[in-house]
Design a protein. Structure first.
Length: 164
């Protein structure tokens, strides 16, 4: 990618990548979609919602291929970015994507968790550049809420609010 791409605002990068952020998905139970403590924003688990529907359901290695799992993780990341925008007000205030916790709904014997979660990790890097680099947890689980293929939680550091 050229240097001009990395000098763009986050919103311009999203546009360049052809991504239109959806409204932040609402909570589906008794929790908040995101919380802020100090300069950290923590998202609750983000599922692969698209246009109000679960876009990918089932287990990777059974009903879902590794590539479909990658796309599900990417969609989870898009939803997480929407939550970060709601929390920070401006995506350019995101200093760093600190950590991504990824949960992959897996069939017995599936071992492609890292490749599936690259769908989220690579998107964060494309959107935020060096600020998108992060630590990550990749776990395979037997059951997932709403039978979703993937779920991610994001921790991001943001800049302080301007002093008025």
């Amino acid at each position: 990618m050229n240097q001009a791409f990395f000098n763009m605002s986050v919103e311009a990068k999203l546009m360049e990548l052809g991504i239109q952020l959806p409204p932040p998905p609402p909570a589906v139970a008794a929790y908040e979609p995101w919380m802020r403590t100090g300069n950290l924003i923590l998202t609750s688990g983000q599922l692969p919602w698209k246009n109000g529907e679960l876009a990918f359901s089932g287990k990777c290695g059974a009903e879902i291929t590794e590539d479909q799992g990658y796309q599900a993780a990417r969609q989870c990341a898009i939803n997480a970015i929407s939550q970060l925008k709601a929390a920070a007000g401006d995506l350019d205030r995101v200093r760093q994507i600190v950590k991504v916790d990824g949960y992959v709904h897996t069939a017995p014997g599936f071992r492609g968790h890292p490749q599936v979660l690259n769908g989220a990790s690579e998107l964060f890097r494309s959107v935020f550049g060096e600020r998108g680099r992060h630590a990550r947890l990749a776990v395979g689980i037997d059951e997932m809420p709403l039978n979703a293929a993937v779920q991610i939680c994001v921790t991001a550091e943001i800049e302080d609010y301007p002093i008025s």
